[in-house]
Design a protein around this ligand. Structure first.
Ligand code: GRF
Length: 212
């Protein structure tokens, strides 16, 4: 069974979705850079080992990254899943675990990398928004895309209502992506991911809906 380490910084709702999905993986540990992350209690409630590394206690980011990498490596993970981990991982970390780190981002990448994605989507006036699970590379919020889910942007939306609609989809696609990884179904070819044996849905999401 593949082993995974989940990195969090806060609420932990994606972590909870991963745990509830009862995936065929061993969650070796949940690691947080934030001692007050709510997700830590979710992990403990599931009997999962937790580790807190507060970067403020380190001489600098390089020292923090090195310690983070070696503590994570000690769990011998096949996969590292970033689930609301709010620090940007340094190059050496990303290179050390290349092809084994995935992230969930609350937009349809490559649109809206970085923070405040829902406000950015509303400002841009897009009609369809969503979320992306992707492999992590040195470039922030880039990297081969595994799966995306799209939702309509409604006229009455504000950042909160839009975030809630997207989050519901995050909780579907992140466990799904991890399941595919566990089943060895993800193949990266020319910076693109092929999901072996997955059928694309041949249905369009139109927003606003059109009169037929
Ligand atoms: C999610 O919206 C995720 O896409 C982003 O940070 C948020 C984390 O939420 N990277 P949670 O901690 O999983 O509830």
């Amino acid at each position: 069974m593949k082993s995974i380490v989940v990195l969090i910084s806060g609420r932990g709702s994606n972590l909870e979705a991963i745990l509830k999905a009862r995936l065929p993986v061993k969650i070796a540990a949940v690691v947080s850079n934030n001692p007050r992350a709510k997700g830590l209690s979710i992990a403990k409630a599931h009997g999962i080992e937790t580790l807190v590394l507060d970067y403020k206690q380190f001489a600098g980011r390089a020292a923090f990254d090195a310690e983070l990498a070696s503590r994570i490596a000690a769990f011998k993970p096949d996969l590292i899943a970033l689930a609301g981990f709010m620090l940007i991982l340094g190059d050496s970390f990303v290179k050390r675990f290349a092809g084994r780190v995935i992230n969930i981002h609350p937009s349809l990448l490559p649109a809206f990398p970085g923070l405040d994605t829902h406000a950015k989507a509303l400002r841009a006036g897009v009609k369809i928004h969503g979320c992306t699970v992707h492999f992590v590379t040195s470039e922030l919020d880039h990297g081969p895309i595994i799966v995306q889910a799209a939702v309509p942007v409604l006229e009455a939306d504000d950042s909160e209502t839009l975030a809630a609609r997207v989050l519901e989809q995050e909780h579907r696609i992140y466990p799904q992506a991890i399941r595919w990884f566990a089943e060895n179904r993800l193949v990266i070819e020319n910076q693109c991911v092929r999901v072996m044996g997955a059928e694309a849905m041949d249905r369009a999401l139109l927003s606003p809906g059109v009169d037929e």
